[in-house]
Design a protein around this ligand. Structure first.
Ligand code: S3P
Length: 449
């Protein structure tokens, strides 16, 4: 991966219509959770469609360091022989989670109620991200953490030998924090309760129920109250990982802005806690149709058909939708650049603490490419120029952030002059087949500045 290797400059130029079928990889959130919950079950969990991106591979390596047996059978098919709740061994090496906030935060939760000491690190991006949001609630279980100033990695956690259950209201809309507390609650006696005011992705809750934990969610005035009964024996599962809506966003958005395009993105999970981008695009006038709508594994799924959309308009994106599309704002800002009028995106403070400060990273690149962007601490506004009118012609910093790199490369498919990124290496963390997949649809992307 790029943080451990040389930067890979990439350039994307205007292309003819994009067409064909875009089979995007497995869901990153579900892939991490499959490996972690598989490692906490007793016996063998089998997984198909696992995302083999660097973030998930790093989580697999970590699970091995805790004593689980993780085997790659090829073609996205994996197995995890789990050690059971409370069965984690103390790793004899530092756990390197690479670029992945989800990986490190969920693993911290999973080990926090076992009597082991673990040191975590990551790449320059991850080592700059806040961890107190996770270690604060984990301290309530009895887990201690010592890290760098500001609660940054590298950091050592000493798991609680006699954990107590916790009742915790998550102060920021974060599925990672919610999930860390729930995973820690697995090895605490009694009931752990997590309250979230705003709904965030609920894969942990759904998957814990699938693995046989007693977990319930009540929707109250105060938000969603999630109650987990501790110390269950998790039963191994077969998990068929659905394709990632956050990766689907890139071919979908590219098709909307490249004249003449018609792209089918099959089998995309449309869990309402993840599908906010597609609702937003349709409100902007996107020709985006859900075909073959169905249920698979208890989740709504559809094939997405995206066609060039000549009449996109800027809109107000409701703040309460932010959690359901938090990873998609960078590429939405690209689509907004090709729409007519202002797209205002409030309630997005969390974008500032992702793999990069995503508002800043996109605003700097979009402005350099000729698009007006205003921003504040928790909002930004993009004033679109309409199709054919976006100048482009700049190389942008990707800041070790896969979604920033992919967003600017999608933009270059429809700007007047090519768009470059200084480093496309991070794309491999979540979407290792991005380059061949987009080229296969007709994109003109190449390596080099
Ligand atoms: C994720 C939660 C989100 C998201 C990340 C994946 C998860 O982060 O941005 O890409 O799998 O739980 P936050 O919980 O920090 O919002």
């Amino acid at each position: 991966m790029s943080s451990h290797g040389d930067p890979i400059p990439m350039t994307s130029s205007a292309c003819g219509p994009l067409s064909g079928v875009a089979e995007v990889p497995g869901d990153k959130s579900i892939s991490h959770r499959s490996l972690i919950l598989g490692a906490m079950a007793v016996g063998e969990t089998t997984i198909t469609g696992l995302l083999e991106g660097q973030d998930v591979l790093d989580t697999g390596k970590a699970m091995q360091a805790f004593g689980a047996e993780v085997v790659n059978h090829g073609g996205g098919s994996w197995s995890v022989h789990g050690v059971g709740v409370g069965g984690f061994a103390e790793p004899d090496q530092v756990i390197d989670c690479g670029n992945s906030g989800t990986g490190v935060r969920l693993i911290m939760g999973a080990m926090a109620t076992s009597p082991i000491s673990v040191t975590f690190t990551g790449d320059a991006s991850l080592n700059g991200r806040p961890m107190a949001r996770v270690t604060d609630p984990l301290a309530l279980f009895g887990c201690q953490a010592v890290g760098r100033a500001g609660g940054r990695l590298p950091m050592t956690l000493v798991g609680a030998a006699d954990p107590v259950p916790v009742r915790y209201t998550v102060p920021v809309p974060s599925a990672q924090v919610k999930s860390a507390v729930l995973l820690a609650g697995l090895n605490a006696p009694g009931e752990t309760v997590v309250i979230e005011e705003e709904a965030t992705r609920d894969h942990t809750e759904r998957m814990l129920a699938g693995f046989g934990a007693e977990i319930s969610t009540e929707v109250t005035e105060a938000g969603r109250v999630i109650t987990l009964k501790g110390q269950p024996e998790l039963a191994p599962q077969h998990i068929d990982v659905p394709r990632d809506p956050s990766s689907a966003a890139f071919p979908v958005c590219a098709a909307l802005i490249v004249p003449g395009s018609d792209v089918l993105v099959p089998n995309i999970g449309l869990n309402p806690t993840r599908a906010g981008l597609f609702t937003t695009l349709r409100e902007m006038g996107a020709d985006l149709v859900y075909e073959n709508e169905r249920e698979e594994g208890g989740e709504p799924v559809a094939d997405l058909r995206a066609r060039f959309s000549p009449d996109l308009v800027g809109i107000e994106v409701p703040a309460e939708r932010a959690a359901s599309m938090i990873d998609e704002y960078p590429v939405l800002s690209v689509v907004a650049s090709f729409a007519k009028g202002r797209t205002h995106m409030p309630g997005v403070k969390e974008l500032r603490v992702k793999e990069s400060d995503r508002i800043d990273a996109m605003a700097v690149g979009l402005r350099a490419a000729g698009v007006a962007v205003e921003d504040g601490p928790d909002w930004w506004t993009v004033t679109g120029l309409g199709h054919g009118n976006v100048p482009g012609g700049v190389t942008c910093a990707s800041h070790l952030d896969h979604r920033i790199a992919m967003s600017f490369l999608v933009m270059g498919m429809a700007t007047q002059k090519p768009m470059g990124v200084d480093d496309g290496g991070p794309i491999a963390t979540s979407f290792p087949i991005f380059e061949p997949l987009m080229s296969g649809l007709g994109a003109d992307m190449r390596r080099g500045g």
